[in-house]
Ligand binder design. Structure first.
Ligand SMILES: Nc1ncnc2c1ncn2[C@@H]1O[C@H](COP(=O)(O)OP(=O)(O)OP(=O)(O)O)[C@@H](O)[C@H]1O
Ligand SMILES: [Mg+2]
Length: 260
C-alpha cells in the first residue's frame, strides 16, 4: 500500500435489519482511501449512509463485507482488545456538543480523560501543561477549566470537543456534522479553527456534512454519497468547478446562489 494512504477501505457493505422481513443497505460496496494530511469531505443527503460509513471506517461497528486497513494493517476482524491501540489513533468530534460532553465533568477532566486513558504522560504536571497547550490551540481561556459544559455556548462546547479529540495526537479525526448545530457565524469560526489546526498539526480529517457550501471551505477532496454508495470522488476544486455526476450537480445547484 502507498505510504501516503493512512486508511484504506475496500468494498465495505453494511445492512441493517428493520424488522423480520425488511432490511436496509446503509452502505453498499464502498471503497476509498484517506491520504495522510488531507481533509476528505463526505457529503450527501440525510440518511445516505455517511455516519454508518464513518463508524465502519473506525471499526465502531463491523462490516458485513469488505475490509479496512489502517496504515496497511487489516483492522476488519480485530477484537475490541486488539483494536485498543487503534482507538487512540482515530478520534471523533460529534454533531451535538451538548450531548457528547459529560455534564458532570469539569472541562479540565474532559480534556484530561484521553491523556489519562492512553497514559500519554507519567505525571500530573505534564498533563496540566498539555491541557493548557490544548486550550490555547482551540482558543479558549484557562479560566474555563473548572467550569462545566452547560456553562458554555454551543461553539465553545465544540471547541472543547475538538480539544478532547486532538489531545492524544490521533492520526485521524472524524468530524461528523460537527458544525451543523451551530449558527452560521459560529460555524465559520469553528471551520477556521479546524483549518488552522489542520495546518499546524498536519491533521488527517474525514469531515462529514450534508452541506456542500460548508465543505468547500475545508476540503481537499470531496466524496459524494447517495443511497449508501459513492457516486463521485475527486479534488474539491474539480467537484465544484466541473462535477460529473448528475447527483453532485443537483447538490451544487441547491447551494444558495448568494454564496456561489
Ligand atoms: N443502527 C441502525 N439500525 C437500523 N438502521 C440504521 C441504523 N443506523 C443507521 N440506519 C439507517 O441507515 C441509513 C443510513 O444512516 P446514516 O445515519 O448512516 O445516514 P447519514 O448520511 O449519516 O444521515 P444524517 O445526515 O441524517 O446524519 C438510514 O436509512 C438509517 O435509518
Ligand atoms: Mg449522520
Amino acid at each position: 500500500m502507498e505510504e501516503r494512504v493512512l486508511l484504506s477501505a475496500s468494498h465495505l457493505c453494511k445492512k441493517f435489519r428493520l424488522d423480520r422481513k425488511n432490511s436496509i443497505y446503509a452502505v453498499r460496496d464502498v471503497s476509498l482511501d484517506i491520504y495522510r494530511g488531507e481533509t476528505l469531505a463526505l457529503v450527501g443527503e440525510s440518511g445516505c449512509g455517511k455516519s454508518t460509513l464513518a463508524r465502519l471506517l473506525l471499526r465502531i461497528i463491523k462490516a458485513d463485507e469488505g475490509s479496512v486497513l489502517f496504515e496497511g494493517r487489516d483492522i476488519t476482524g480485530l477484537s475490541e482488545k486488539a483494536l485498543l491501540p487503534y482507538r487512540k489513533e482515530m478520534q471523533m468530534v460529534f454533531q451535538d456538543p451538548a450531548s457528547s460532553l459529560d455534564p458532570r465533568m469539569r472541562i479540565r477532566d474532559i480534556i484530561a480523560e484521553p491523556l489519562e486513558t492512553w497514559r500519554i504522560y507519567d505525571d500530573r504536571r505534564k498533563i496540566d501543561d498539555r491541557i493548557t497547550e490544548l486550550l490555547e490551540m482551540v482558543e479558549l481561556n484557562e479560566d474555563c477549566l473548572d467550569r462545566y459544559p452547560h456553562q458554555f455556548s454551543g461553539g465553545q462546547k465544540q471547541r472543547i470537543g475538538i480539544a478532547r479529540a486532538i489531545a492524544a495526537e490521533p492520526k485521524l479525526i472524524v468530524c461528523d456534522e460537527s458544525v451543523s448545530a451551530l449558527d452560521v457565524c459560529v460555524q465559520a469560526q469553528i471551520l477556521n479553527l479546524l483549518k488552522r489546526l489542520k495546518d499546524r498539526l498536519k491533521l488527517t480529517c474525514l469531515f462529514i456534512s450534508h452541506d456542500l457550501s460548508v465543505v468547500s471551505f475545508i476540503a481537499d477532496r470531496v466524496c459524494v454519497m447517495k443511497n449508501g454508495a459513492i457516486c463521485e470522488m475527486d479534488a474539491a476544486e474539480k467537484i465544484y468547478a466541473s462535477p460529473e455526476h448528475e447527483y453532485t450537480k443537483y447538490l451544487l445547484s441547491s447551494i444558495p446562489k448568494l454564496i456561489f
